[in-house]
Unconditional design. Sequence first.
Length: 354
Amino acid sequence: MHHRIISTVISKRKDYKDLIDSLLVGVEGWQHIPLLELKPSFAFHPLLIAKIFFFVFGKKRPETLKEKMLLATSLVYYANILLSLRKGFKNIDLSGKKYVPFNSAYDLEALFVQFFKQKKVQTYHICHGVTYIPYKTFIPIDVVNGENITADTILVWGNSFKENLIKIYNQDPEHIIICGNPKYQMKDIKVSQTFKRGIVFLGRPVYDADNKELLKLIGKIAEEQNIHFSVKAHPTSNQEMFKEVIKANEKLLLLSRDNTVIDILHSGQYDFAVAYNTTAYYEAMYYNMVCLRYGINENEAYDGPDDKFYDEASLLIQIEKYKRKDLSSVNQEITETLIDNFGMGINRYKEYFQ
């Protein structure tokens, strides 16, 4: 381990690596290691396997046989990797080193954090999205990002992140540092007030039933108000369930899966946005759009202005309100929202990684 700082990511997604790269710009002595490109070598440890299987099967547990097998084999896998780490770093001095995983709360990187902490390596947890938010109706798997943090220091984008980590996840405020989001530099927000072409950002598949209801509502508004809407479904949603609604309305257009959120926002084709349970809400505002939130069965409680609607009437009220509202106050309100929740214009990572 010749480098002073090691970062890892357990995915081939380029945007994940780009995020870590942006945090370490200008920092010397670091190396990025894609974990999926490593070729692990596993040894057979019969005593270890026996202990694990006795632990899983030797006690009365509520899991099914299939679940127990999955648990046992997973534990063998992680224990083998831990043994390999101990062997590989047995004679290596790790004093003064730092470890920056993409997600310290999940999978192999959580194991690495535990190992390196034992070796007195400074470990960090970074943000890869607008997480640590309150959930209203049910708790999705995303909650692991807040519940399972064991790194020494948590680096967050904005003040709302820190407040929620303390209030919801009982994290120690002394270990949470507001460092900002280097991908979103400070800029003058200049929203449009025309409301002629909208972009609709739907939520994940778990919200698809309400996504469809939102599209029906949007379709009616499109016809009545002569507004054209493009629709960006989540990449993992079954888009077939939306096509029936969209085909029935010539003012609705379903965008291809190949269109990324950033590509859409960069295009300059839209003058406002609608969002449902998605962090594209903040991204749309960053790209100079008023973004209105669908509030029916809202689960992910993002902080923001008074911009929610629940039916046709309340959507029209919001549109008319933002058409008439003082533009400078709208821009200022959105700027403050983005600083607090998206870390816009803040970048303190170099201070902690040097």
